[in-house]
Design a protein. Sequence first.
Lengths: 293, 422
Amino acid sequence: MKNKKAKGIMELLFFSGPALLSVIMITIIPFLMNIYYSVFDWNGISKEMNFVGFNNFVRIFTKDAQFKSSFLFTLQFSIIYIIVINVLAIIIANYLSESYWLSNITRAFYFLPYIISLVAISLIWRFLLGPGFTYLYEWTGIELFGISWLGDPRYALVSVVLISVWQNMGFFMIIYIAGFMAIPNSLLEASSIDGASKIKRFLKIKLPLLMPSVTICIFYSLTFGLKLFDIILVLTKGGPGNATRTVAFDIYNDAFLSNRYGLATAKSLIFFAVVLIVTVIQLRYFKNKEVEY
Amino acid sequence: MKKKLLVIMVCLCAVLLGACGKESANKEGASQENTNSEPIEITMLTAMAYGTEGLDLAVESFQKTHPNVTFDIQHIPNDYETILKSRINAGEFPDIIAAQTGSMVASYYDFAYDFSEDPVIEKFNPNAIELSKSPEGKVLSLPWTYETMGIIYNKDLFEQAGITELPATLDELEAVCKELESQGILPFATAFKETWVLAHIASHYMTTENTDPVKTVEALSNGEITFDTMDNFNNLYRLLDMMIEYGPNKNLETDWEKSENMLANGEAAMIHMGDWCEATLKEFNPDVNVGFLPVPISNNAQESYLLSSISWQLLANKDSEHLDMTTEFLKHILTSEEGQAWMTEYVGAVPAVTTDTDVTGMLASSAKTSIDEGMTRPWNHTLWPSGYNMKMGAFLQEYLFGVSEIEQTNEKLTTGWLEQIH
């Protein structure tokens, strides 16, 4: 018996050990170091660090106008992004979950952008929106191509939303397709016998039964939106002006370009707490909405 | 199945242990360095990714006398500081790094080898050494080249438009723009997407109160001068307006590459940039014919200047395993004949080291005429608080697309400065 127990522990360690080790090394330890650095005034380079207690945190809340405005921008982006991507993904998944002869290929096409790295995608879009659109404008004279999509603060947000939605939609669509497919046909048949229209069937049966997928997708899109960084770095560098500066980019900027490593780590801790709270609330709220049949 | 996994794990462990073993072997090698036959590797990280063939030649000549030394030299033009800092925090400080004169190099002084007592500094231009000194007067880095910036104009386009006299005031510059435009030539293609280009342009207008850059920066930091009281600073907005009005359609999308490309290929007549772009211009168009135009900072014809200074410093890591070899190599690439050729011929800049070699750069020689005429001032933007370049650029971009007016922008610039130093 005892032998068996020991064997069980060994097995557990053997299989989960490597994963545990890497999580500790690349997540837990840096996180603890982050907490440590956040109470110092340090430029990220020099050998000496000044202990300043909670001054970094005080400074963020009292002096740092940039943090506040990047926070508002990040929230604004996240809300638009979550709504647009989930609505689009549900609509497309609704059509693609019914199998017809092209459905597999169509799904693959929607999924394709998701497997390309965000940096590569951003570079492609930077080319398309910049020189690409300029040539198109010279060719066709269509106003849409003449707009400075990356150089005008009014459109920069639109461009960023557009690109991130285009890239990630395939992933959400797959989750929704799986969700739609899990809905028992008997319910749908019963409703059509009872005379429910297509729209009614979608709203009253499919959507409530899709709630588990919605919870997951909103969770994913929320964290993606709040942590947005790569597209900003490659596409706009937070510009024009500070129009597309997200919190993650602001933290990067402080740490690596303004030489304020301590301040940046303090910001990242605050940001971590906010993301944690928001996602917990979101998960709780949506879990309550899930229905059983 | 289990056995297979076990075998894999054991192999992995063996590889890891092997890697550790290798490292300790390296360290043993270091202790015996002086025998001169042990292989040594020197690592170097720079941001100057132009004219590197010249450096390769200098390295080759060094290797002739030191066959046991190999080099790992990397040039990183984009995100250089980020990569450098990550390396340092990972415990891999390269033996030699490049840093910009001023606030950037100062943040690496903790690691810098002290050249103050080294006779090599006699070989440099005294002015260049003066610019490279730390606040305590130590020489903790060796200067690379002088760099100059201002408006660069395409001589062929100016000739084509029949402009023979170069504009010396803002009014004259505007007249030239009108003339160019009337002939269907695009006057400006400023890289407004880059915040640093905007900061460079602005720094021209911050030299009137005090031509000594250190004093200007001090005065701004202790509040003696502010952006709204600076004599010529409001003229900056006039130049920016001009650059927008006579610029391409998507002004704020123009990045440095596009801007340099347009100038080199005759699609635009002027950009604001420094002589470091010459190698790139030649890549875009080998027959490019450009020259410097001092930036007019007012309507007084006497007040148009190019800004010039030592831009990059090279510093040796004092904790390097092969410190002697590192400093020897650094001196070689900065002072030897081959090293001088790297700077004068391949980079095309005026080296900080005293030299008899002719500078081949078109822009550097054009700058020389301005220097001789006393139309040059030392720049101050590399002395600003770290990160202020970007901040200022973003504020000026906000002015350009009309989020804030001149007054508000000046206010933001002043408070932003004070925020950055406290």
